[in-house]
Structure formats: C-alpha cells, structure tokens
Design a protein around this ligand. Structure first.
Ligand code: SAM
Ligand code: DTB
Ligand code: SF4
Length: 364
C-alpha cells in the first residue's frame, strides 16, 4: 500500500504541526529516510529572466508594478546571457536552473518563443530546467514540455481562505487550473507557498491540504519564509520564528512523503543549525545562488561549506526518487493561533513605514 494520502483534513495536519517537536522531527525524519537519501539535496539556481513591472497585486511581491520598491526592472534576458548564467550554475553544483518572469501569464509570441529557446539551450547543457512564468494554458505547457522543460513552478502561496487577503487580481482556482494544465503535459509540478504573511496556523494546514490532495502530489514543494520587502504591503510583517519553518517543513514531509521539500526564501536569516534541523525534518532541496529573484540568498560558497559540514551531497540532474513504502499516520494534540493579520490585504490601506528595511529575519 502506498504511504501517499490525498485525503488529508486540516485538523489532522494541524495536529501533526503541533506535535511535541522531538516527536514531529522523529516522524518526519523516519518518513524522509523511507523515501529519500537523507544525505542528498537537490540544488536549483534561480534566474530572473524578466524582472519587475508585473500587473498583479500579490501583497508579498517586490515585482508588482503598483508597489514602490527599489528593484531594478529588466526586459526579457537574451538566450546567450541565460546560457552563460546556466553554465555558472552548473559549475557551482546546481542540477537545475529555475527561470522566473514577472508576468501574470504567458502570452504566445516572440517572448514565449525566446523562453522556449532558453529551455532548449539549458537542456543541452544536461541540466534540468524549471520555469515560473505565471498562468499557463494547456497548449503552452505542452510547448514547454516539447522544448524539454523538466518542472514548472506555480505556487498556491497560502490557503484558499487567506488567498483573497493576499492577492485580488487572480483567484486560487486560476492557480489550480494552471497546475492542472502543467499536469496534462509531462512536465513535473513544483508548487508550494509562503509562511509569515500574517496567516493563521489553520491557513498553513489548509495550504498543505490543497497541495496534498493534488493527485499526483507535486514533485517539488517550496516552503518560503516571507521576505518582507520595503514598499510592499507586507513590509512590516514580523519575521517568523525558525521553529515555524522547521515545523512547516516536517509537516510537509509527512503529508507529502515522496515530494522534494524545498527550503526556499528566507535562508539568509537562518543559522546553519536552523537549516540543519530543516534538512533533518525532511527538506531535500534548496534554491542556490547569491540572489533569489530580486532579494539576497546565501553565497554559493557558504552553501557548499554548509553541505560539507553536514555531509550533504548535491543531487545529480535527472535523478529519480525511490519507491514509496507504508507507514501509519501520526496523532497528536491540536492548538491554533488566532492572531489578527498585521496588514490590510490587497487593494486597501497600506501603511508605509519609512524606516522599514528589506527583512526576512527568522527569530529564535
Ligand atoms: N510571476 C510568476 C508567478 O507569480 O507565478 C512567477 C514568479 S513569482 C515571484 C514566484 C513565487 O515567488 C510566488 O508565487 C511566491 O510564492 C514567491 N515569492 C515572491 N515574492 C516573495 C517574497 N517576498 N517572499 C517569499 N516568497 C516570495
Ligand atoms: C519559490 O517558491 N520561491 C522562489 C521561486 N519559487 C521562484 C522565489 C522567491 C522569491 C523571493 C523574493 C524575490 O527574490 O523577489
Ligand atoms: Fe507578479 Fe508573480 Fe510577483 Fe505576483 S508573484 S506580482 S504574479 S511576479
């Protein structure tokens, strides 16, 4: 019998999230070892191929044109620039390049053709290619697949309930539709979300219900800590405690045993000890490179030192994960956080704090 369940309910996931930490870690690490080599971590390098000027209103995002952030916007990168960056990424141990564009959706035409050429070019370097370009039709997903795309990243971001407080310019269902379109091609799905946006624990659990009920579950689930960027509506959000990240990673591992759980935005503020606990709890992939899309990320050499210290090895490209085995679901108590959100949602009153810095501090 497969250990993968698609019928998780929020209450059970919350109970797992709130287990005594040592038990949560033990269970997550046990499940992790059943499905993955605990010493192997997949490394993707992010590349922002089109930065800023996005028409959407995602409350966390520095690339939304309507917010006044200090990012430098750029037109679509050339294929040769992308190739040079991919070669650098490969030399530094990455098996995958993930190209991000600040688009609401993909539009057929010369720019999409250029992205397809980027995909073909990176593929020839024997690297996995991922794209995150916004909403996608079935036909566009198939064209990306034909060009050799390995994965498509499209996050649910949060629970369906909290979603409308974060984004008003497109619906949760639009996101599910795009994921569905990707699934109709042979491209793998990368979909996760962000914690630290003022959501309740129920929303974190709700997001995991939505991801786990996808059938098949996403091959990769990024867990981002909000990078609170000055000028966005979320600039004043408090940093999340490192313990929340560890619990979220562990819970994700338990409800999606076969997926690659990706320790994503927020690593610059995490200690090596904190990251080590996340790897122990089942994280087995990261975004590497000194920049995420527009915000800082740990230096590649520091990451490689950390890998050495922890005895971790970067995964080789096109490696398949192992077969599932059976396990019993865990049971525990359930508690909930009932805090008021610290910001007012899209479309609405935004209180700017002129002193706020770009921050994603994870506290002890
Ligand atoms: N425009 C495309 C889209 O929205 O699908 C692709 C790029 S978008 C930047 C990819 C993902 O990055 C978002 O869905 C969100 O989960 C994450 N992200 C963006 N800004 C972030 C921030 N400030 N902190 C943490 N994660 C963030
Ligand atoms: C994901 O879940 N996290 C990455 C990737 N997918 C595209 C992006 C994080 C972006 C953080 C903010 C920035 O650098 O602009
Ligand atoms: Fe645009 Fe994507 Fe940023 Fe939303 S997350 S504003 S769609 S770039």
């Amino acid at each position: 019998m497969s250990e993968v369940r698609h019928d998780w309910i929020k209450e059970d996931i919350l109970a797992i999230y709130n287990r005594p930490l040592m038990e949560l870690l033990y269970d997550a690490a046990t499940i992790h070892r059943r499905h993955h080599d605990p010493n192997t971590v997949q490394v993707s390098t992010l590349l922002s191929i089109k930065t800023g000027g996005c028409p959407e209103d995602c409350g966390y995002c520095p690339q939304a044109a309507r917010y006044h952030t200090e990012i430098e916007g750029n037109d679509l990168m050339t294929v040769s620039h992308v190739k040079a960056q991919a070669l650098r990424a490969k030399a530094s141990g990455s098996s995958r390049v993930c190209m991000g564009a600040a688009w609401r959706n993909v539009k057929d035409g010369p720019e999409f053709d250029q992205v397809l050429e980027m995909v073909r070019t990176i593929n020839k370097l024997d690297m996995e290619v991922c794209c995150t370009l916004g909403m996608l039709t079935e036909n566009q997903a198939k064209r990306l697949a034909e060009a050799g795309l390995y994965a498509y990243n499209h996050n649910l971001d949060t629970s369906e309930d909290y979603y409308k407080d974060v984004i008003s310019t497109r619906a949760f269902q639009d996101r599910l539709d795009t994921i569905d379109n990707v699934r109709k091609s042979n491209v793998t799905v990368c979909s996760g979300g962000i914690i630290g946006m003022g959501e309740k624990l129920e929303d974190r659990a709700g997001m995991l219900v939505a991801l786990a009920s996808l059938n098949p579950q996403p091959e990769s689930v990024p867990i981002n800590a909000l990078v609170a960027v000055e000028g966005t509506p979320m600039e004043n959000m408090d940093p999340i405690p490192i313990w929340d990240m560890i619990r979220m990673v562990a819970t994700t591992r338990i409800v999606m045993p076969e997926t690659q759980v990706r320790l994503s935005a927020g690593r610059t503020q995490m200690s090596r000890e904190g990251q080590a606990m996340c790897f122990f709890a089942g994280a087995n992939s990261i975004f590497a490179g000194d920049k995420l899309l527009t915000t800082p990320n740990p230096d590649v050499n520091e990451d490689m030192e950390m890998f050495k210290l922890l005895g971790l090895n970067p995964q080789k490209p096109f490696t398949k994960i192992s077969q599932p085995k059976t396990v019993e679901a865990s049971e525990s108590q359930f508690t909930s956080l009932d805090e008021k959100p610290k910001w007012s949602g899209p479309g609405h009153k935004i209180e700017r704090n002129e002193d706020a810095k770009q921050k994603v501090k994870l506290t002890d």
